[in-house]
Design a protein around this ligand. Structure first.
Ligand code: AHR
Length: 664
């Protein structure tokens, strides 16, 4: 009922906005302010890479998230081989014995032997999924299993999807197991939607069977790729029209220790040969321990490149630089043993860009992509600091700049927005030749509001900035999504006007982290939340989307009293023009609780007679979007008339506004 009322109130709210944005509304709010847009004065190019995304396998982003596999621990390679599984006895009996070691498959040595004694019933295993399995009615599901029967080749397998009320909501059968390892497949339709289903695989008969790689995928993956990605989550990312996608992290590339680092070569090729490792977020956060968090690498480097290509984003891989996470083991690889790490970088460039006649190019082609991925950026290390990083980065740079001058190298300023590590990194890196330096800041909203001028004094001719991880960290709340407050998003928007105004320096920026499962997160806030069936954009997501879908090609001045608008009277603004589309975009943020009358004076090319404003706002700065209420804060769009070169607009309290004006 309440939702219905809100639904009807929304158009009313939009109507009010549209009334405000007319030339006659100029007198309605408080005293007016003039912002002059010098639309003919191009002060910097906005890079196509300006607004991107940062994907890290944290919060069940990959396994249990965007990677659509529904079976957890499908290859029995978790440290406890039966984690995620339990035995099922339905008028039958048996034993499940995890078996190690199959030398034939060094990367995937475990399998489970089932001793089945179920002549008049069933015995087998149940998989609990990643906090359950999200199942959709009428969708086809593709089941597969590797198996070999050791005794009694007449064992029959029944596969069943089970709802929370224990009802069967989809099933299939497989028979004819042979004494050789073979992959068996079967597809079936689900009869009911279920947020937290499970899957039973039970055998009837009497005998012994070895099983491995037990897998279940929905058929409606992104681009219908078998074994692919969840299309609702990919769609949300694609809708941001990101200029780049940085992957696969984050701290996971560093690992808790060197052995736990991300090694791209073990993430490509047939999925059963990809070497599973523990995800460092499994144990990282004391009060959010996640013992069942591993990396199957079903989403591996090939798939990341493919995803980047699908959504039109530049792929930006990050590689380990011979150091493990300095917040954890902080080990380094001796400088004279770095060759293997540097070789990994060279091989990655060949994998991404090499011809099919090259060794790694041939592997890419074999995986189904003969054309190069055209990778242009490579980050060396994630969030490292002090001399031990600079020494290692230098070695990478020496080789990579010589062999691949076409690749833009990204180095790091460490984990903090300022301070000793930060200053040291910048001063040392200025002596070297990185193309961009990656800066990270997870700070309170007030910091973002105070720092819209952060880049105003950066050297225009110096190394460019990649604002690679940032998010305003507002206070904690009880619901998972509750830290993504409207206030945090508003503060980020204010800060982002500063990034945009400084596009001469800032060439890339990405909020972090990108994804989080509501029941399996370790870190928040995050840009996009999901459960097994739903995905939602936070207010922060809508801010990112407003900026990235109104990027423009060049920055033009937006001036209040002759100065950039960086917080005067709680107003923040930036403007770009889009030369291809002949458009002007003005972003205005009002971080106060007061309505502001703004008059925009457009100098330079003349505006046409009608424009559009998209407004993102909420009365309550602590409000947030949730799976239950996904669009509480979402943009409302209205058209307005323009008279001459002046646009009068009332900017609502606590609002982010993107004004789009076509030029005549
Ligand atoms: O985004 C979460 C973590 O924050 C990243 O893994 C790391 O780079 C940073 O410390």
């Amino acid at each position: 009922m309440f939702d219905m009322v809100k639904k009807f109130l929304r158009p009313l709210q939009l109507l009010i906005i549209s009334v405000f944005i007319t030339s006659s509304s100029w007198q309605q709010g408080q005293q007016g302010q003039d912002i002059t847009i010098q639309a003919g004065k191009l002060i910097a190019e906005v890079q196509p890479t300006m607004w991107g995304v940062f994907f890290e396998d944290i919060n069940f982003s990959a396994d249990g998230g965007i990677y659509a596999e529904l079976v957890k621990n499908r290859s029995f390679e978790f440290s406890l081989p039966l984690m995620g599984w339990r035995q099922v006895r339905l008028n039958g009996d048996g034993r499940a014995v995890p078996t190690f070691y199959s030398p034939a498959r060094a990367n995937n040595p475990h399998y489970v032997t089932l001793y089945v004694n179920a002549e008049s019933g069933y015995y087998g295993l149940l998989n609990e999924g990643f906090r359950g399995m999200g199942i959709r009615e009428n969708i086809m599901y593709n089941f597969s299993i590797m198996a070999r029967a050791r005794e009694n080749q007449n064992l029959k397998l029944k596969v069943e999807l089970v709802g929370q009320g224990n009802e069967i909501i989809g099933s299939t059968e497989i028979a004819g197991f042979t004494s050789d390892w073979k992959k068996y497949t079967s597809s079936f339709k689900a009869t009911k939607t279920e947020l937290k289903g499970t899957m039973r695989i039970t055998f009837s008969g009497k005998g012994i069977v070895d099983i491995d790689m037990v897998s279940l995928f929905p058929s409606d993956t992104w681009k219908e790729r078998p074994g692919g990605l969840r299309k609702d989550i990919v769609r949300m990312i694609a809708d941001l029209k990101p200029g780049f996608i940085r992957f696969p992290g984050g701290c996971i590339i560093e690992g808790r220790d060197i052995n736990n680092r991300y090694q791209w070569k073990t993430t490509i090729g047939p999925v059963e040969d990809r070497k599973l490792i523990m995800n460092r977020w499994n144990v990282e956060i004391q009060n959010r321990q996640t013992p069942d968090y591993f990396q199957s690498f079903g989403l591996g480097f090939f798939e990341y490149f493919q995803l980047a290509e699908d959504i039109g984003a530049e792929p930006l891989p990050v590689l380990n630089c011979g150091m493990s996470c300095q917040f954890n083991a902080a080990e380094v690889v001796p400088l004279n043993e770095l060759d293997q790490y540097i070789q990994d970088a060279l091989d990655l460039i060949e994998f991404a860009n090499g011809p099919v006649t090259s060794g790694w190019g041939a592997i890419r082609a074999k995986m189904g992509h003969p054309e190069p991925f055209n990778m242009k950026y490579l980050a060396i290390g994630n969030e490292q600091w002090e001399e031990q990083y600079i020494e290692r980065y230098r070695e990478f740079e020496k080789v990579l700049k010589e062999k691949h001058p076409e690749i833009k190298l990204i180095s790091t300023a460490g984990p903090y927005a300022s301070g000793r590590y930060f200053d040291y990194a910048w001063s040392e890196l200025r002596k070297l030749r990185p193309d961009l330096i990656d800066e990270h800041y997870y700070m309170p909203p007030e910091w973002f509001l105070r720092n819209a001028e952060r880049y105003d004094n950066y050297d225009r001719n110096g190394i460019k900035v990649f604002a690679g991880e940032y998010a305003a960290h507002d206070r904690e709340g009880s619901e998972p999504e509750s830290r993504n407050t409207w206030y945090s998003a508003l503060a980020e928007a204010a800060f982002m006007t500063g990034l945009e105004r400084n596009a001469a320096v800032v060439h890339m920026a990405s909020y972090a982290p990108l994804l989080a499962h509501v029941e399996a997160w370790q870190w928040r806030p995050d840009l996009i939340w999901f459960d097994n069936l739903n995905v939602i954009g936070t207010p922060n997501y809508f801010v990112q989307k407003l900026f990235s879908t109104h990027r423009g090609t060049h920055v033009v001045p937006a001036l209040l009293g002759g100065k950039p608008v960086t917080g005067q009277d709680s107003l923040y603004a930036s403007a770009t023009i889009d030369r291809q589309n002949n458009m002007l975009y003005v972003k205005i943020v009002n971080s106060s609780r007061t309505l502001k009358n703004i008059q925009l004076n457009i100098d330079g090319p003349a505006p046409s007679k009608e424009g559009t404003v998209e407004v993102l706002r909420a009365d309550d700065p602590r409000s947030f979007n949730s799976i239950k209420n996904p669009e509480l804060i979402s943009p409302a769009e209205r058209k307005f008339r323009i008279q001459g070169r002046k646009i009068s607009v009332n900017i609502e309290p606590l609002s982010v506004n993107v004004i789009s004006v076509p030029f005549r």
